[in-house]
Write a protein that binds this ligand. Structure first.
Ligand SMILES: NC(=O)C1=CN([C@@H]2O[C@H](COP(=O)(O)OP(=O)(O)OC[C@H]3O[C@@H](n4cnc5c(N)ncnc54)[C@H](O)[C@@H]3O)[C@@H](O)[C@H]2O)C=CC1
Ligand SMILES: Nc1nc(O)c(N)c(N[C@@H]2O[C@H](COP(=O)(O)O)[C@@H](O)[C@H]2O)n1
Length: 236
């Protein structure tokens, strides 16, 4: 997997992966996200082992407390990609599992400071395996982040949600590939998180277009793999 060009700026190749219910939910209204079965989790961990970075939003860290390491398959030598947490306000708890020493962690935040944020930043900067990337604005500037990550040698990223970050990444045109596991389950609930939340595209013309490349059965559900079609109107 190599970097992708972003109007003359190089960025990492980004694969979006989730496990979702047939109705597109990432978790139930009570935040139960046990969707993938054992085989699908192994597939996800094989993907993790292939990339340079695994990225989530702070919402996912606060709700799931994930490790974001390769721990469901054996790899020799043990390969843990860099974990990337998008966290504008630095809400990350210092005891979050994503800050353990099993892998390096990059926290992407904004340069906007409060006294509390500054205090936490100081503590985080003391951790040798943690790096901070700051961008300007109220929320993390994802295009800038991709540019900085690429310059730091990160050529491929597995984007593991949640729905808010997924929306921003799709909206900014930063996703190159999609692989989703659809479980034979229906969660319902208009407040349950979906694969892509955010404000949504206003028209079909604006939406992200995908090209189905592969599909196969797994854990009683189905895995679908798509390429994101860049410049879909080019040949019209
Ligand atoms: N089934 C699955 O495969 C997965 C399920 N989940 C579920 O998704 C839910 C968490 O999703 P969300 O609450 O949507 O949180 P999220 O993980 O998408 O994080 C969103 C947060 O990131 C921060 N952020 C900073 N800059 C941003 C930017 N430019 N764009 C977007 N966000 C930015 C904001 O604080 C924002 O609220 C949980 O219920 C979790 O269990 C999460 C990942 C995978
Ligand atoms: N692919 C997939 N299927 C599910 O059913 C899930 N719940 C998730 N969740 C993602 O994996 C993270 C947990 O990672 P660790 O096992 O703790 O390393 C979680 O935070 C979501 O990003 N993914």
């Amino acid at each position: 997997m190599t970097g992708d060009s972003m109007s003359n700026t190089l960025k990492p190749y980004v694969i979006s992966n989730v496990g979702m219910s047939l109705d597109g939910k990432l978790a139930t209204v009570n935040n139960d996200s046990r969707i993938s079965g054992a085989e699908d989790l192994k597939r996800v961990h094989r993907l993790r082992a292939m990339v340079d970075g695994i990225m989530v939003g702070i919402g996912t860290v606060l709700k799931d407390d994930p490790r974001l390491t390769v721990h469901k398959i054996d790899t020799t030598p043990r390969k843990n990609p860099v974990r990337i947490v998008v966290d504008s306000k630095l809400k990350i708890p210092l005891n979050a599992r994503v800050l353990n020493r099993e892998a390096k962690t990059i926290i992407a935040t904004t340069s906007k400071m409060s006294r509390e944020k500054e205090k936490k930043l100081k503590m985080l900067k003391k951790l040798k395996h943690v790096d901070i990337i700051e961008t300007d604005g109220d929320r993390v500037d994802l295009k800038k982040l991709m540019e900085v990550l690429y310059k730091n040698g990160i050529r491929s990223i597995l984007l593991e949600g949640g729905g808010t970050l997924n929306w921003s990444m799709f909206k900014e045109g930063l996703v190159d590939r999609v692989s989703v596991y659809i479980a034979p389950m229906i969660f319902g609930g208009k407040n349950a998180p979906t694969y892509v939340d955010g404000e949504g595209f206003k028209s079909v013309e604006e939406c992200v277009k995908l090209k189905l490349e592969r599909y196969y059965l797994m854990d009683g559900g189905i895995v679908l793999e798509f390429e994101v079609v860049k410049n879909p109107d080019k040949n019209k």
